[in-house]
Design a protein. Sequence first.
Length: 70
Amino acid sequence: MTVVDNKGRTILFGIVIGAATGLVAALLLNRRATHEQRTTAITAGEGLQLGAMVFGLLRTIAALSDGQRQ
């Protein structure tokens, strides 16, 4: 297996995991909105919190490739 093949597999794996995670998140948010009888699943504040958490996760993943620990 060459490095190029490994990059392709890594990207494909990331796409699949990202899509699956997004699907589960959307299903959970829809269930919450239905349960609370609201039209929007999250508030603006919750959206900002979620965005900050995702950004932190991406920083952590980037740090793994640098060999750094946080």
